[in-house]
Design a protein around this ligand. Structure first.
Ligand code: K1U
Ligand code: ZN
Length: 170
């Protein structure tokens, strides 16, 4: 297993659109294991392959208290969204130290493949629904800060570029 480096906003590789997985093979299963290890180590409750510079439609999520309920979503699709919305204060491992409110569908139904290539579906609300939508945005090259005002986005970009420069000098 391996810890994978997580890209930081505004790295242009975060804006790439991921390709569907053609075959769920050992390469994809290894990627899933490495992504899960990286997510638990961070720690986070989700991770999209885009964030580790792999541009294929793979997500891992675990929103359980105990960290023992890993969900693997390969080629995920949202097949139903509620009209009612929820606002949640989101964070992102690619935008460290930034949290802000984002409005998304309150409930969703998701279809995906698991690590054995089998199709499954589940309903999600609360943090799980937020997390699935946040990670699926990553696969489309979208980072949650893009929901914020241009002024906030500029401030975040400036702050993270400064952190990056300081990290290089240290
Ligand atoms: O996509 C990511 O970078 C992961 C992100 C998922 C997420 C969290 C909250 C709302 C929307 C999406 C994170 O995991 S940020 C870290 C975090 O929320 C967390 C970290 C430790 C314990 C519990 C939560
Ligand atoms: Zn994120």
């Amino acid at each position: 297993m391996a810890l994978l480096p997580i890209l930081r906003y505004p790295d242009p590789r975060l804006f790439k659109v991921a390709e569907p997985v053609r075959e769920v093979d050992d390469r994809i299963r290894q990627l899933v294991r490495d992504m899960a290890e990286t997510m638990y180590d961070a720690p986070g409750v989700g991770l999209a392959a885009t964030q580790v510079d792999v541009h294929e439609r793979v997500i891992v999520i675990d929103v359980s208290e105990e960290g023992d309920d890993l969900r693997v979503l390969i080629n995920p699709e949202i097949i139903w969204k509620s009209d009612d919305l929820q606002v949640y204060e989101e964070g992102c491992l690619s935008v460290p130290g930034v949290y802000d409110k984002v409005e998304r569908a309150a409930s969703i139904r998701v279809r995906a493949l698991n690590e054995n290539g089998e199709t499954y579906e589940f309903d999600a609300d609360g943090l799980l629904a937020v997390c699935v939508q946040h990670e699926m945005d990553h696969l489309m090259g979208k980072v949650f800060v893009e929901y914020l005002s241009p002024l906030k986005q500029n401030r975040i970009r400036t702050k993270l570029r400064k952190q990056e420069r300081e990290a290089v000098r240290a």
